[in-house]
Write a protein that binds this ligand. Sequence first.
Ligand code: SAM
Length: 285
Amino acid sequence: MLSYRHSYHAGNFADVLKHLVQVSVLDHLLLKDKPFVVHDTHGGAGVYEVASEHMQKTGEYQEGIARLYGASTGLPAINRYLNLVGRFSRPGGLSHYPGSPAISAALLRDQDRLQVTELHSTDAALLEAHFRGDRRVRVYKQDAWAGVKALLPAAHKRGLVLVDPSYELSGDDRATVAGVREAVKRFNTGCFVVWYPMLQRRRADYLARGLMGLADKHLRVELNVLNDGAARGMTGSGLVVLNPPWTLAGQMEEALPFLHGKLSQGGGGYRLESDAGVLLEHAAR
Ligand code: SAM
């Protein structure tokens, strides 16, 4: 029984980093006319209303997107992400926050495709309703890892696989590494973006190293808003990107100090590591 609902967490600091990287990878894919596929393994509900009971109950978005919304940052990648988020809101302020499938669909062209798996019955139904009539998008109420086997390799050789588990069960870290290994085997021309939470440093490092070992070319992007262990829940989050676009490291080198400045809750730091070694590291004192 799944209890996680992304509607409580939409637009939090982890979503900001994840969706910034997602938009940057999609922008790179959009540079060529050739079609591409986005495979989103854990889709969530699609679009989230800021005034909803769930978003208001946790208020997590207040320490995420609300700290950046409407800003013009001088950083093209962040501006592009913020502009895209703004397309979902009514004039005058942040009214809706897009989830990963909505972000992909907003950038897809006619020739591109989005395939999404989501296991939670309510969220899968919401997602399906959101995309009804959009012939570029297919939603499957299916387990993520069964979906990897059923839907990859995709119809096109270029693409992004976004892996964003809720890490609810004790075996989820191991299942994620195994699932991504399978996905890479099936779609080795794709770019893979895999999210992980910072709950305990050793656990996050172990998971990230396991993921980085799945492709020669990789990037690890991590943003922590609190020092390790300073809270019971997440103190930060990161992404392992396999086969990253060559532009991504430079964009993240600029973005991470800016995001930490905006999103820090009084500690934390950031780290950028590629297959060539550590590119950037900062720990707040
Ligand atoms: N990717 C979404 C976004 O960025 O907007 C958020 C996804 S949320 C972090 C994780 C989602 O995974 C939840 O909606 C949950 O219901 C779903 N989920 C959990 N276990 C799953 C599984 N085994 N297969 C597919 N979806 C699953």
